[in-house]
Design a protein around this ligand. Structure first.
Ligand code: NAG
Ligand code: NAG
Ligand code: NAG
Ligand code: NAG
Length: 753
C-alpha cells in the first residue's frame, strides 16, 4: 500500500469506527448455559443443543447412547463433524451410506439420498460435493424432482480382458476419477434430497465383481484420498464395509421479509440485521435460490468470529499475523497500515522490500491539521510515482541476480564465461522489437511468444518470451541457455544470447526464415510438400544433430522432445533442431537418469513413459516416429487408421505385411523409389519396444547417409545388436506387445505437455 492510499484508508476508518461505536448492541446474547461443543465439535449459535439454545430449525442432538465419544447429530443419524460459520457449511459423515440401493434383477435398482427435510435450513452444497460412482461398466443417474440432474458411467478397459487385470484410472498415480473404474460428476443445484438410479452395462456380468460398485455423494476431493483402499482388488467389495463419506451441506437462516414501502428489497430483508446478523460488524447476504430461501451472515472484511451474536465479530490484528507486513505496522479497526520505516522506501508488503534511502525521501505519518494532511497526501502521490519507477528498476536487478545465479549453477565452471558473454541487456531487445510490438510476433506456442527482432548490429533474431511465470518455465529457459551455450552445430539452432532481467529469461536465437517442418508437411496442404530428396536430407541432418548431441559434446544431451514442430527449416531448407527446454544432460557414469516425464504425445517413447528412465534411445524412438511422419505425411499425435491404430502401430504392421504403400504419402511413392522401404525399415527399428534393439543415433545417421549409395545396406558398427536390422524381427510377438503398451498408454489419459 502506498502512503497516500494508507492515509486515505486511515481517515475513512476513523470515520467508520466512530459510526460503528454509536450502534447499540442488539439483545441477542449467546444463550446462557447452553453446551458449546459435543464430541470435540464446536457448536456455535445459531446452532444449539437443547431447548432455547438455537434458532428454530438449527437444533442438534448430542448422542451419548453408544458409549465412547458422544456424537453430534443432525436429524436422526447424520453425524456432524464440523460447522463453519465463515463458509456457512456443515460437514457431515455419511457412515450408513445414505444411498441405499434396492437390488432387483442384477445390479439395476434405485435408491435415495438425503431426506434433510425440504424447507429446513440445509441443502446439499453443489460447490463442495460430487456424485461419485465406482465399479466396472455401470451407469448411475442422479434424479432430482423427477428430472435427471447428473449421470455418469464407469467402464473398465477392454484390452485387459487378456490379462484379467482391471485397469482403473486411479492406478496411474494421480488417483483421477475419470471414467475408468470410477466416474464423478458435479451436482448442478443443491437440493435437500435426491433419487439415484443404477444400471449395469455389463450384459455378460464379466466385470461384476472386479471392482467394488458403489454410488455416493461425497465432498469434492474425497475420492482422491480414499481411492487406493476403495478400489483395492484384493479386499473386494462388501456392502457392509462402506467407508464413512464426508458430505458438505450449506445452511441458511430463514427469512421472513418485512417489505416496507419505498425500501428496496434486493439482498436481505430489512429486518435481517435485527433478526439474525446481530454483530455490528456483520453483513447479510441473500442466498435464496430455486430450492431454498434464506440468508447468511458474515463478518466484515478484517473481522472474524460469530456474526450471529451481538459483539461476535472481532477485529483481526493483522500486524500479529505473519507475512502481512514487513515494515512498520499499525492495526486499525477492520484493517491495518503498513509502511516502510523512516529513512527507507520500497514495498513494505514484501520481504526485504524496504530499502534504506540515500535521498532521504521518506514519509512520516503523523497527526496534523487538515491542511497539512492534504499537503502530505499530494506529496505522497508524487513520491509513490517515483517509487514505482525505482521499484521496476530494483525488480530488474533482482531477476538478473536470480537468473544469473541459476544459470551459473547449471554450467560447469569453465563454460561459465561463455554464457556470461551471451547476456544481452533488456533495453537492447526492446529496441530490436519495438518494445515487443504485436506486429513483430512471428509465432506463439502454448506457453511462449516468439518475436522477430533486428539488433543494432543488423542481425535478424528470433526472441522467445514466456507468457507465464512459473518456476518450471524459468527452469526450462535457463536449461535451454545452459545446453545451447555448449553446443555448436550446423543443424542445431544457434543461441545468440539471453536476457536475464525479466522474471523468465528472454532467449535470442538466430532467425530461421522458413518455419517448421510441421508447417511444411501439414499446414501447407494440399499443395505438394517437400520433395523426397529434401525429406531424406532433413532426416539425415536431424539425425546428425542428434548423433552429435548424444555423443560429441562433453556429456550426452538428450533432447526429449523431438517432433516436427521442433525442426526449423532455413532459406535453403537446412534443418535446425530447436527447443531444448526439456533437454537433459546425462552424466557419463550413469547411462540413464530418472526424470519427470516430458515430451509430446505421439512421439513419446512408451518405455520412457512407463519407467521414467531417460536414455538416448528415447530420442531414437521419437526420431523413428519423425521418419514415419516424413514418409506418410500424417500427424503422429492424431492419426488413426481405419482400425483405430496409431501411426506407429499401423506403419509397423503395414511394413510387416508387405503393404507399406497403403500408408505412404503418394508423393513419396512417386519420387522415392527403392530408398523408401529402407528408410521405413529404419524407422521401424527405431521404435522397437526393446530399447537395446533400437539403433543408436550414429547408426541411424550412417544408414541415412549411405542410402542411395552403391550397396544400399545398413552400416553396422555395433555387433552387440544382432537383431537389428532384420526385418523378420517384426514377428507378431513384438507387434502385439507393442500394441498392448500403446493401448494402455492411450487409456491412461494423462499426457504430459
Ligand atoms: C429439531 O426439532 C424438531 C421439531 O421440534 C424435531 O422434529 C427434530 O427431530 C429436532 N431435531 C433434532 C436433531 O433434534
Ligand atoms: C471454507 O472454504 C474454504 C474455501 O473453499 C476452504 O479452503 C476451507 O477449508 C473451508 N473451511 C471449512 C471450515 O470448511
Ligand atoms: C489392498 O489390501 C491388501 C489387504 O488388505 C493390502 O495388503 C494392500 O496393501 C492393499 N493395497 C493397496 C494399494 O492399498
Ligand atoms: C433474495 O434473492 C431471491 C432470488 O435472487 C429473490 O427472489 C428474493 O426476493 C430475495 N429476497 C429478498 C428479501 O430480497
Amino acid at each position: 500500500m502506498t502512503p497516500a492510499a494508507a492515509l486515505t484508508v486511515l481517515l475513512l476508518q476513523l470515520c467508520l469506527s466512530t459510526a460503528a461505536a454509536q450502534v447499540t448492541p442488539g439483545a441477542g446474547m449467546p444463550p446462557p448455559r447452553c453446551p458449546t461443543s459435543c464430541g470435540g465439535v464446536k457448536v456455535p449459535y445459531p446452532f444449539g443443543i437443547g431447548n432455547g439454545c438455537h434458532r428454530p430449525g438449527f437444533n442438534l442432538t448430542c448422542d451419548r447412547t453408544r458409549g465412547g465419544e458422544p456424537r453430534l447429530l443432525v436429524g436422526s443419524d447424520l453425524q456432524v463433524v464440523e460447522i463453519s460459520l465463515t463458509n456457512s457449511t456443515v460437514r457431515i459423515l455419511d457412515s450408513a451410506g445414505q444411498v441405499k440401493l434396492t437390488f432387483s434383477g442384477g445390479l439395476d435398482g434405485t435408491g435415495t439420498w438425503g431426506g434433510l427435510g425440504a424447507g429446513g435450513p440445509y441443502v446439499l452444497s453443489e460447490m463442495r460435493n460430487h456424485f461419485v460412482v465406482t465399479g466396472c461398466n455401470v451407469q448411475a443417474t442422479l434424479v432430482g424432482d423427477g428430472g435427471v440432474v447428473g449421470c455418469c458411467s464407469s467402464f473398465c478397459s477392454i484390452n485387459d480382458r487378456w490379462t484379467g487385470v482391471v485397469t482403473s484410472s486411479a492406478g496411474y498415480g494421480g488417483a483421477a476419477c475419470s471414467g475408468i473404474g470410477c466416474c464423478e460428476t458435479p451436482i448442478p443445484i443443491g437440493r435437500p434430497s435426491y433419487d439415484v438410479e443404477m444400471r449395469s452395462l455389463d450384459a455378460s456380468n464379466e466385470y461384476a465383481d472386479r471392482l467394488p460398485i458403489a454410488v455416493r455423494i461425497a465432498e469434492r476431493g474425497w475420492f482422491e484420498g480414499a481411492s487406493t483402499t476403495l478400489l483395492n482388488d484384493s479386499t473386494g467389495y462388501s456392502p457392509s464395509r462402506q467407508p464413512a463419506v464426508p458430505v458438505v451441506l450449506d445452511f441458511a437462516v430463514d427469512s421472513k421479509p418485512v417489505v416496507l414501502p419505498g425500501v428496496a428489497t434486493s439482498g436481505c430483508p430489512v429486518d435481517a440485521r435485527r433478526s439474525a446478523c446481530q454483530s455490528s460488524h456483520a453483513s447479510c447476504h441473500n442466498v435464496s435460490g430455486m430450492y431454498r430461501s434464506g440468508y447468511v451472515c458474515r463478518c466484515l472484511d478484517g473481522y472474524q468470529g460469530n456474526p450471529y451474536l451481538a459483539g461476535g465479530c472481532q477485529d483481526i490484528d493483522e500486524c500479529a499475523l505473519p507475512g502481512m507486513c514487513f515494515g512498520e505496522c499499525t492495526n486499525t479497526a477492520g484493517g491495518h497500515l503498513c509502511w516502510c520505516p523512516r529513512g527507507a522506501q520500497g514495498d513494505p508488503l514484501i520481504r526485504n522490500g524496504c530499502i534504506k534511502s540515500s535521498l532521504g525521501l521518506s514519509v512520516g505519518i503523523g497527526v496534523g491539521s487538515g491542511a497539512s494532511l492534504l499537503l502530505m497526501v499530494l506529496g505522497a502521490i508524487l513520491v509513490s510515482r517515483k517509487m514505482k519507477q525505482r521499484r521496476a528498476k530494483m525488480l530488474k536487478k533482482r531477476f538478473f541476480r536470480q537468473n544469473r545465479g541459476h544459470l551459473l549453477q547449471q554450467l560447469v565452471s569453465q563454460k561459465a564465461d561463455i554464457a556470461e558473454r551471451m547476456i544481452v541487456p533488456l533495453v537492447e531487445l526492446q529496441k530490436a522489437t519495438n518494445s515487443f510490438d504485436k506486429a513483430r510476433e512471428i509465432g506463439g506456442g502454448g506457453h511462449g511468444t516468439v518475436y522477430k527482432g533486428i539488433m543494432s548490429d543488423l542481425h535478424v533474431v528470433a526472441i522467445k518470451k514466456s507468457k507465464i511465470t512459473i518456476q518450471r518455465e524459468i527452469d526450462e529457459f535457463i536449461n535451454e541457455v545452459a545446453i545451447l551455450s555448449q553446443v555448436n552445430h550446423r543443424n542445431v539452432v544457434k543461441l545468440f544470447g539471453c536476457c536475464l532481467e525479466t522474471e523468465v529469461p528472454l532467449l535470442v536465437y538466430e532467425f530461421i526464415s522458413n518455419g517448421t517442418l510441421y508447417h511444411h508437411l501439414h499446414v501447407q496442404e494440399p499443395a505438394p510438400s517437400l520433395t523426397w530428396e529434401d525429406r531424406l536430407r532433413i532426416a539425415t541432418e536431424t539425425a546428425r544433430a542428434l548423433g552429435y548431441l548424444h555423443s560429441a559434446v562433453s556429456f550426452p544431451i538428450v533432447h526429449r522432445d523431438i517432433k516436427s514442430q521442433n525442426i526449423l527449416l532455413d532459406g535453403s531448407l537446412i534443418a535446425k533442431v530447436s527447443d531444448f527446454g526439456a533437454s537433459r544432460c546425462i552424466q557419463v557414469d550413469q547411462a540413464e537418469t530418472a526424470t519427470v516425464i516430458q515430451g509430446t504425445f505421439g512421439y513419446l517413447d512408451p518405455l520412457y513413459f512407463y519407467s521414467g528412465q531417460l536414455t538416448e534411445k528415447s530420442d531414437v524412438y521419437s526420431f523413428g516416429v519423425l521418419l514415419m511422419e516424413l514418409l506418410t505425411r500424417k500427424k503422429p499425435c492424431s492419426y488413426r487408421s481405419s482400425e483405430e491404430e496409431t501411426l506407429v502401430r499401423y506403419f509397423t504392421a503395414s511394413l510387416a505385411a508387405g503393404k507399406l504403400v497403403r500408408v505412404l504419402d503418394p508423393q513419396v511413392v512417386k519420387e522415392g523409389g527403392k530408398e523408401v522401404e529402407e528408410v521405413a525399415v529404419l524407422a521401424v527399428a527405431c521404435v522397437r519396444i526393446e530399447v537395446d534393439h533400437r539403433p543408436t543415433m550414429r547408426q541411424v545417421e550412417m544408414t541415412l547417409e549411405n542410402l542411395g549409395g552403391s550397396h544400399g545396406s545398413f552400416v553396422m558398427h555395433d555387433k552387440d545388436v544382432p537383431k537389428y536390422p532384420m526385418i523378420e524381427g517384426m514377428n507378431m510377438e513384438e507387434t502385439s506387445q507393442q500394441y498392448s503398451y500403446e493401448a494402455e498408454y492411450l487409456l491412461s489419459s494423462r499426457y504430459p505437455r
